[in-house]
Each structure stands twice: as C-alpha cells, then as structure tokens.
Ligand binder design. Structure first.
Ligand code: 5AD
Ligand code: SF4
Length: 454
C-alpha cells in the first residue's frame, strides 16, 4: 500500500493546491467511523478536506444498505452529481460503504451512473491509494469489493468532532438476523485486540475527548476470536480505569447474550453512561423466531427487569421493526405492549425493508404496506405519550450533559445527558460546546428536557 501512497501523492502533488476531498457518510455510527478513516487516508496522500461539496475535487459517498430508502436516497444523490461532473470533468466521484459491497449495486452504478469513477467495498479501505492511483492513471471505472481481511484499525482517522469519538471494538456480524444485510456486506465478526482499543481510548482521553462511543454490531460477543479471551464487560472495566474526564457509551448489545455481568458493570463503572440501547425488534415470539433473533420476549424482559430491579427508572432505548413479512396486527400489538411495559426513553422504529440476499427476502409477504404504515403511526403515537410522561421524572434532577451544538432555539445550547436524552439550556457562551456541565432540569417535553446550567 505504501508504494501506491507515494505514487499517488506524487501525482496529486503536481497540482498547485492540494485537491480537496468531500465525504458524506450515510447510516450508522460504524459507517461514520469508517468515513473518518477514509478521510484519514485521503489526508495522508496529500488531499485537503472540505465540507463544501462545490469546492471538492474528490467526492466520496460512504453508503448504507440497511434499508431500501437509504439506497434510493444515495442513488438520487449520485444522479445529482452528473451535472457537476459535466462542468468539472476532472472531478473524481467515489462510492463506498455497505451498498458498494454488493455486486448488484456495483453493476448498476457502472452501467447507469457513468459519472462515478470508483467503487470500493467495506473491506478495501487500505486499498484506497492503489485504487485512486488506477483512477488517476487509467481514467477508467475502477471497482474493488474483495474481502482483504486486513483490519482498518491501524488507519488514523480524521475525526469530525474534537470532543466525541467513536472507537470500533469489533467489525462484522455473525448473527444473520433474517431481515438484515449487515453480515453480508460487513463480513464475519472480528474483535480488535484489547490493547489496541485501550491505546486508542487512552490517546483520545489525553487529547481531551469527553465521550467515547465503543462500536460493534453485537458488543456482547466481543473477544470471541481473541487468543487471550476477554469479554466485553472486562473490556469496559479496563477502559473505565483509564485516567481522564470522559464518559463511555457503547452500541449495541444483543439481547440474546446480554448478561447480568454487563448490567452490573454498567452500574459499577463511574465513566459508563447509565443508559442501555437494547434492540427489541419485535414483541412477538413468533416474529422473533422468524427474525432469527435467538431470544424471546421472556428473556428480553428478564434483562429489563434485572436492570430495573437495581435502578427502577434506568434509561433504556430500542430498535423496532414494524411489518416483518406476514406480521399480523396481533403480533404488532405484542410489540406495542412491550413498549408500554418497558417505557423506553427513545425508540428507533423502522418499517421492514426487503433486502435481497437475506432469508426474510424469500418469504412471500401478505401484510399490506398500508397496514404497516398505520401500525408505525400507532407505535410512534404510543411512544410520544410514553416519553411525554416518562421524561417528567427528570424534572428537579441534575443531569450530566455534554453540550454538542447550538440549539434551534435562540440563545440555547443543546447536548445529550448521560441517559442519552437531549437536554437544552440557555447559554450565550458557545465555548461550552464540547464541555460537560451539570444541568438542573426544569421542563420535560416529549423529545427533550430543558434546564439551567448549575
Ligand atoms: N428493515 C428495516 N429495519 C432494519 N434494520 C435492520 N435491517 C432492517 C430491515 N431490513 C433495523 C434494525 C436494526 C437497525 C440498525 O436497523 O432495527 O437494529
Ligand atoms: Fe443485523 Fe442482527 Fe447483526 Fe444487528 S445483530 S447487524 S440486526 S444481523
């Protein structure tokens, strides 16, 4: 790789100003994290980075394949680049990420979107210098979706935030939930060496990062391929011991192997945020079985009951899929019942999207789209009522908030509490963005809390 790095550096170095690279990541945190690494590579080979697409010499779309609407959006956006390429023929357009890992998308891009120069998959990050070299020297369409098995963990990221950082602890997924494309586009599960993870967190803490988000498709299975096995709870405890004023989040555990050890670890480690994102997907055992989730509602509720027996209003959030093939209204009502029982602070709900290549895509679906949309509206309404009521428990309490932006409301800053709830507070000092402060909550809405900085 280093040879190509030098060669491409030489070609790019010939232009008066360094070429500017614009990157847009779609989808999940893992993809955003990959995007930061891709920018890291472009910066190493001598590119500048821009957030203005119009001034870019290289445009990269780092795509998501989890749902069809995400894909359609990407295709729409690639289409819009045609005009730009006509006006700027030297512009290099690259498509990468989960969509790019699928052969059918590579063919479609190649045949229909002639403005695209380069397509590379999720395993080819370290090949970027070579691929770019080929684009620059051949002026032909270049694609690479091979599975190199090379870890991207050594690539230095160009991080988009100076105070919040994502740290992948594992890559890929072995679960094969029947609706999900991720195992096909991100490959088999592989954990990073604990010392690599610890070194990265240590460096971030030393550089003043205030929040570290540990990433994995199923963090509970962390460690399985390691020579010296340590489990996720042990890793969390080691990270918790690192000096520094930072807090730790992680995304996501899988209910099938979420243990009481993990819950105890969250509760005992002072840096670990008191929040658990526990994807339910469905409240119907029949649907969970068809989803190949390998837990049932009873097992799921055992975890909820365990954490709530320790902290009665512990903050939980979840992912839900509405309208899995042949789901009935009775199935949906079971999901709604769990949502009402658990009282999540946030739910992320999605209408089932058929992903070619997955097992669920082979099921003939007799549930209508209209029914699915109606159930989705019903679920969102239920959750709105729950959060309106449930958020009130914070009024009068003081929460630890990391401010991350200016609010849409004038003179207010916005951030996230430990519990992963949006908190706004009046503050004219923008220097507090990137800082943690205690906020005394005075008001609860159904989407956020507001209060005064203590
Ligand atoms: N259709 C709808 N939602 C999906 N998810 C994953 N695959 C699909 C699909 N085919 C949702 C799940 C997962 C979240 C990241 O995306 O709820 O937890
Ligand atoms: Fe997809 Fe299931 Fe793996 Fe999550 S755990 S990425 S839903 S297959």
């Amino acid at each position: 790789m280093s040879n190509y790095k030098e060669m491409v550096k030489k070609i790019l170095g010939k232009s008066e100003n360094p070429p500017l690279c614009y990157l847009h990541s779609f989808g999940c945190q893992q993809n955003v994290s990959d995007g930061e690494k891709i920018l890291g590579i472009f910066s190493e080979i001598g590119c500048g980075i821009t957030s203005d697409i119009n001034s870019a010499d290289i445009i990269i779309y780092n795509t998501c394949a989890v749902r069809e609407n995400a894909e359609n959006r990407v295709y729409g956006m690639i289409g819009e680049l045609k005009h730009m390429k006509e006006q700027k023929p030297d512009l290099i357009i690259g498509i990468c990420g989960c969509m790019a890992q699928e052969e059918k998308n590579v063919s479609k891009i190649r045949s229909t979107y002639k403005q695209v120069d380069l397509v590379f998959g999720t395993h080819a990050l370290s090949e970027i210098p070579r691929l770019l070299y080929e684009v620059l020297t051949s002026h032909k369409f270049v694609s690479d979706i091979s599975e190199y098995g090379v870890s991207s963990s050594e690539i230095r990221a160009v991080r988009s935030s100076g105070f919040k950082a994502s740290v992948p602890i594992m890559y890929g997924c072995d679960n094969f939930c029947s609706y999900c494309i991720v195992p096909y586009v991100r490959g088999r599960e592989k954990s990073r060496e604990p010392n690599d993870v610890l070194d990265e967190v240590r460096e971030l803490a030393e550089n003043g990062y205030k929040e570290i988000m540990l990433l994995g498709q199923n963090v509970n299975s962390y460690g399985k391929n390691l020579e010296n096995y340590i489990n996720f709870s042990e890793l969390l405890r080691k990270i918790n011991e690192i000096d520094g004023d930072f807090r730790i989040r992680f995304m996501s555990p899988h209910p099938k192997d979420c243990t009481s050890e993990l819950i105890d670890t969250i509760l005992e480690c002072d840096k670990v945020c008191k929040h658990l994102h526990l994807p339910l997907q469905s409240g119907s055992n029949e649907i969970l079985r068809k989803m190949n989730r390998r837990y049932n509602v009873e097992k799921y509720m055992e975890i909820v009951n365990y954490v709530r027996s320790k902290v009665p209003d512990f903050s939980l959030s979840t992912d839900i899929i509405v309208g899995f093939p042949n789901e009935t209204y009775e199935d949906f009502l079971k999901t709604k019942e769990i949502v009402q029982k658990v009282k999540y602070d946030n739910i992320y709900s999605f209408i089932y999207s058929k992903r070619t290549g997955t097992r669920a895509a082979e099921i003939e679906d007799s549930t209508s789209d209209e029914d699915k949309s109606r159930w989705m509206t019903e679920l969102l309404q239920t959750q709105r009522e729950i959060s309106t009521e449930h958020y009130k428990r914070f009024v009068g309490r003081t929460l630890d908030v990391l401010f991350d932006s200016e609010s849409r409301h004038d003179g207010m800053l916005s951030g996230k509490s430990d519990e992963f709830i949006i908190v706004e507070a009046p503050c004219a000092d923008k220097k507090l963005i990137g800082q943690r402060r205690k906020v005394k909550i005075t008001k609860a809405f159904n989407w956020a809390l507001s209060g005064e900085i203590v």
